[in-house]
Design a protein around this ligand. Structure first.
Ligand code: GLN
Length: 491
């Protein structure tokens, strides 16, 4: 087997048994990238030198018996909104072109400390605003299952590289679904942790009360591994959770016998594509067959979740993006005054979706409108959280399709923001509540495109969430790779 096709767990075992070196593993992953990138355009930067140095170092360390844990020698990719010391970080925006950060994000530091080899930085929708990567200033990433389709977004690059094996795992960020939706559209696993469990220090902020970094991998087990490597208190992030959280691996193999699984009625009926609905139902049947107690649960306020999100997220983004003035990075456009320079630079440096969000957010926060828009949205946010609390009094986990549709065509929704926003109808509620959620691939639709199944759990419920996700994975037996990877990988 080509080492690029190994899971993190398998590669780790082979690195330790001496069958494989980190240098050879990196070479396979790079070969896979060189064969797929012309079609996918999933990487914005490949850090050839840095990755080689880390792989050489990882091999030497293992030789000396200095084993840094399950990510030692494993090639991983990072969404390009996490800062990396000495490696350009653009957020897929022209306004940050040429920005070479002087420090590593906490997650990057933790990956490096765990011996991971950082292959490069992946494409995203500009500042993570979007659901298709079409909003990248540096070109669209394509879906590995069908290059005429989008990979989802905003972490589309991270999902695509994991799907084809040009990294064994990746990090994405999820503000309204940006890890789970692309994972679903690309047939891989994507997980959003409980808000506060993973440090946001060095994640270029989109909407700070919603943003979380999380893993994208081929298996649930690998997702747990990456999650464990990056989770835990960080004094550099004021919203970082201080307490202990349960061992996310403790119940991984336990199955679903007797667990109460709630189908969210508002998010599993109308508007769900038939192929998605069929795969969702088939998964529910398998869970029931394995002894899960399946019930219907109502989350009445989720009807308003999307509207609330599209006020809260733009409001926070308008504040967060105010710092980009074009003075130090990006295509600075001179003007007669400092103000004229900033205004011209910002007009030129931000793409249309980011501009739309800044305008919407500024409006929603402005005097006279604040209560009617932002204030109302915050109330809805509380109601959504209350709905979840009520539901979790009755069930252990909730389930929905991850995305109402499989991968849509490039261009199909590019001129229709509302249609694009609807991609996240099933993922946004758990960002508003701050609860964890994961997408697991469960099958292909008639067009051969992957379908994702979402498992949601209460805050700090990663254990039960992973437990159910692992059962879904075993019961579905989804193991396929896109043809793009298998045809080329066979070499
Ligand atoms: N698609 C959603 C948006 O455009 C979510 C993005 C995200 O999670 N970063 O805001």
């Amino acid at each position: 087997m080509d080492p690029a096709d190994l899971t993190i767990a398998e590669a780790g075992a082979r690195l330790r048994s001496g069958d494989l070196t980190a240098v050879d593993l990196l070479a396979s992953v790079r070969r896979r990238a060189s064969m797929t990138e012309a079609i996918l355009h999933a990487y914005l930067t490949i850090d050839a030198e840095g990755a080689t140095a880390s792989a050489v170092e990882a091999d030497a360390a293992l030789q000396r018996g200095d084993d840094r844990g399950p990510l030692h020698g494993i090639p991983v990719a990072l969404k390009d909104n996490m800062v990396t010391r000495g490696v350009e970080t653009t957020c897929s925006s022209r306004i940050l072109s040429g920005y070479v950060p002087p420090y590593d994000a906490t997650v990057v530091e933790r990956l490096r400390a765990g011996g991971a080899v950082i292959v490069g930085k992946t494409n995203l929708d500009e500042f993570a605003m979007g659901s298709s990567t079409e909003n990248s200033a540096y070109g669209t990433t394509r879906n590995p299952w069908n290059p005429d389709r989008v990979p989802g977004g905003s972490s589309g690059g991270s999902a695509a590289v994991v799907a084809v094996g040009s990294a064994l795992g990746a990090l994405g960020s999820d503000t309204g679904g940006s890890i789970r939706q692309p994972a679903s559209l690309c047939g891989v696993v994507g997980m959003k942790p409980t808000y506060g469990l993973v440090s946001r220090y060095g994640l270029i902020a989109f909407a700070s009360s919603l943003d979380q970094i999380g893993p994208i991998t081929r298996t649930v087990d690998d997702a747990v591994t990456l999650f464990e490597a990056i989770a835990g208190h960080d004094p550099s992030d004021a919203t970082s959770y201080r307490g202990d959280f349960p061992d996310p691996r403790a119940d991984l193999g336990k199955g679903v016998e007797g667990l109460r699984v709630g189908i969210v009625s508002e998010l599993s009926g109308d508007g769900i594509q038939p192929g998605v609905a069929a795969a969702f139902q088939a998964t529910l049947d398998r869970l029931a067959g394995a002894g899960a107690d399946i019930r219907e649960v109502s989350l009445p306020s989720t009807e308003y979740a999307l509207s609330a999100y599209y006020l809260i997220a733009p409001a926070e983004c308008s504040a967060n993006l105010a710092r980009f003035d074009g003075v130090r990075y990006g295509p600075r456009i001179d003007g007669a005054t400092v103000e004229a320079m900033m205004s011209a630079t910002r007009r030129d440096g931000f793409g249309p979706e980011v501009t739309r969000r800044i305008l919407l957010g500024t409006y929603a926060l402005s005097a006279g409108y604040y209560d009617a828009f932002y204030g109302q949205a915050q109330k809805v946010r509380t109601m959504v959280s209350e709905d979840f609390k009520d539901a979790y009094a009755e069930v252990d986990v909730l389930v929905t399709p991850t995305s109402p549709t499989t991968a849509f065509a490039v261009g199909e929704r590019a001129d229709d923001p509302l249609a694009m926003y609807l991609s996240d109808i099933c993922t946004i509620p758990s960002n508003l509540s701050g609860d964890p959620a994961i997408s697991v691939p469960v099958g292909l639709d008639d067009a051969g495109l992957p379908v994702g199944f979402q498992v949601l759990a209460p805050a700090l419920g990663e254990g039960v969430m992973f437990q159910v996700a692992a059962a879904v994975e075993r019961l579905s037996g989804f193991e396929s790779r896109p043809a793009l990877a298998t045809s080329l990988g066979a070499a």
